[in-house]
Design a binder for this molecule. Structure first.
Ligand code: NOJ
Length: 496
């Protein structure tokens, strides 16, 4: 009983802590701190079969089975940024962003997946977008892969086929060669956890493969090798001439221990290692997190398997992957409570393998998304954990934002969300010494929110998906963000 009471008091404290306006950080972000906004190819471009572009895994899955998405929406046209990029850049210019984060569509650039044929129109689309940005003094921040694998490569097994390491590096090489003179900051992957766990584990994202605890780890293994090989390619061939930097964007919820017991503290830590550490540890430290290796090995042997379901890196691979980054992208949205699971589910799966129970208390403010509860304090804690676990790498927040429905342009909730998260991020920098150098709002405009279609809106610009023109309209949050970029101040007036 006492434990339960303690838990509710904690939640109440955390809850009130998050929303007291008077606790917002009233100092300016540093002069050289950069602000931007983000999108991703499949979510905004449309032009799904423009010129010689071939279908990606989302085109293929949603054309075959439209019911996978709310209202049978898809990204065929999306925001039509393929045709409206000049209008987009004009809005970005007005907003005043330092940079624009967007992603490249692999099957638009290489319609065969492999580099035997490079699409002139595909390459030109991005060259034009980059030139338009540069002409308006906006830095591009390019994500090479944001979940839209060419279907032709999925037909050969996609991220579970070892050959994908070389397919991907060949694609990245084309990107560096074609765009690297004009783009200095590269994110090789966006949120690999979603690519692997949801794409090849729980079948919630394309290619909708159900292989929890097996396919998802093979995917992670290949993706990490592809990542390191891409970084080394840039390092060896392009860095001297192009002078850019290469990193990866990793996401995780914050996991808050339910009590101060050792078991729950360790459980929360396990949650972080199984989500963030799976990708971050090999790159920023060495090899997979020890706790993942031992727990998955133990569970695999209990399942009667001879080998762990988590593939092993060779010593050489561990060495090669370790340290292969110039900066780290972090996507932060929400938190979970965590406690040790006393009756672990024996079935394979990265969630089950972690042997923790997680939940989001009803008291946490909801959004219209099923997974996103407003926990700004979690962003600060996550940043501190990354600093302490990986030796304070340079971090760019590459995504953070709130979804709502389509009902208002007066999105005060979103402004409050940004203020509270930015306040915590600023505290993490000033008070805790976390090395954050930039912040990216997700998203520039309403767009295709994966299986939620257009029912969940993250944009600071509204998009009218019923008009052929896909009219963009500024929301109140965009005006607020514009002022933030100008003043570097999240409240009406900063005192320092
Ligand atoms: C993370 C993903 O990178 C992005 O594609 C998605 O739309 C947002 N989170 C919101 O769910």
């Amino acid at each position: 009983m006492e434990g339960v009471q303690y838990f509710f008091i904690c939640c109440l404290l955390l809850f009130s802590e998050s929303f007291a306006d008077d606790e917002l950080n009233t100092r300016r972000f540093p002069e050289n701190f950069k602000f931007g906004v983000a999108t991703a190819s499949y979510q905004v471009e449309g032009g799904w079969n423009a010129s010689d572009k071939s279908p990606n895994i989302w085109d293929y899955a949603l054309h075959k089975n439209p019911d996978l998405v709310v209202n049978r929406d898809n990204g065929d046209v999306a925001c039509d940024s393929y045709h409206k990029y000049k209008e987009d850049v004009a809005l970005l210019k007005d907003l005043g962003v330092d940079f624009y984060r967007f992603s490249l569509s692999w099957s638009r650039i290489l319609p065969n997946g492999i580099d035997d044929k490079i699409s002139v129109d595909g390459v030109n689309y991005y060259k034009n977008l980059i030139a338009e940005l540069r002409n308006n003094n906006i830095e591009p921040l390019i994500t090479i892969y944001h979940w839209d694998l060419p279907q032709i490569l999925q037909d050969a097994g996609g991220w579970t086929n070892d050959n994908i390491v070389d397919w991907f590096v060949a694609y990245a090489n084309v990107c560096f060669k074609e765009f690297g003179n004009d783009n200095k900051n590269w994110l090789v992957f966006n949120e690999p956890k979603q690519t692997c766990q949801m794409g090849y584990g729980t079948a919630e994202h394309a290619p909708f493969i159900n292989s929890s605890g097996v396919g998802e780890y093979i995917c992670a293994h290949n993706l990490l090798k592809a990542y390191a090989k891409t970084w080394h390619l840039y390092n060896a061939v392009y860095r001297n001439v192009q002078g850019g930097r290469v990193g990866i964007t990793i996401d995780s919820s914050w996991f808050e221990p339910a009590t101060e017991s050792r078991e729950d503290i360790e459980a929360a830590e396990r949650g972080l290692h199984f989500t963030f550490g799976l990708y971050a540890n090999p790159i920023l430290n060495r090899d997979y997190p020890a706790v993942m290796k031992s727990l998955i090995a133990k569970r695999s042997s209990e399942e009667g398997l001879e080998k762990s379901r988590l593939p092993a890196f060779t010593e050489e691979e561990i060495e090669y992957i370790s340290g292969s980054y110039d900066f780290l992208g972090v996507n932060t949205y929400t938190s979970n409570m965590a406690k040790a699971e006393n009756n672990p589910d024996p079935s394979p799966g990265s969630h089950q393998d972690a042997e923790i129970a997680t939940w989001q208390p009803d008291e946490w403010e909801r959004t219209n998304s099923s997974w996103l509860k407003v926990t700004p304090w979690g962003a600060r804690k996550l940043l501190n954990w990354i600093k302490n676990t990986y030796g304070n790498p340079e971090i760019i927040i590459t995504e953070n934002g709130l979804s709502d429905d389509d009902s208002t342009l007066e999105d005060d909730n979103r402004i409050r969300f940004y203020q509270s998260y930015l306040s915590n991020i600023h505290d993490a920098m000033e008070l805790d010494g976390v090395n954050v150098t930039g912040y990216t709002a997700w998203s520039f405009m309403d767009n295709f929110e994966w299986t939620k279609g257009y029912s969940e809106r993250f944009g600071i610009y509204h998009v009218d998906f019923s008009s052929p023109n896909r009219t963009r309209t500024k929301k109140k949050s965009a005006t607020w963000y514009q002022n933030l970029i100008k003043t570097k101040c999240i409240v009406d007036e900063c005192i320092h």
